[in-house]
Design a protein around this ligand. Sequence first.
Ligand code: HEM
Length: 151
Amino acid sequence: MFGSRADLVVDLTYLATLAAPIVAGVSIRSARGRRYERHRRLQVGLLLVCLLAVLALETRIRLAGGSGALLRQAPAAWAKTARIFLGVHITAAVATYAAWSYLAAASWRRYRQALPGSFSQRHRRLGFLILAGLGFTALSATGMYLFAFVI
Ligand code: HEM
């Protein structure tokens, strides 16, 4: 798709990862404008699309023989850097997606009872942290993409 060594599953997952902070930002603007229903639908839709994409990527990586097999496509000189990068990327991505799933479920339950309301402050704080996590995940995914499929 992008003229790299990556296949369609990898490219689509990468695209979803890049789009996530942008769409999350749009959805947060909706919340700011008190369009809560739109905010909720965008958040839940985006989360489901991203979870499905990551599941597809994970299956694809396992079928290819694990992340080691993918990284072997990178030049040997980059192998150690790519390994460290992968650890940072996976840690940030897993923490972000876990917090994101928790916030979506917790907010869904509290919507119109404690949100807006007593849950608002925690929701907002964690929401902005998740937005930062999605941004970092997109950046580090770009690094991994370059290591495994471009360089
Ligand atoms: C079912 C899911 C969700 C529902 C029902 C929901 C609902 C709401 C509501 C009602 C507000 C306004 C709160 C207030 O002003 O008192 C809000 C704000 C906000 N939400 Fe969500 N939300 C959901 C998911 C998420 C998720 C997963 C994120 C993470 C990115 C998020 C991030 C934010 C942020 C950052 C704000 C503050 C916006 C601002 O006023 O500056 N929300 N949400």
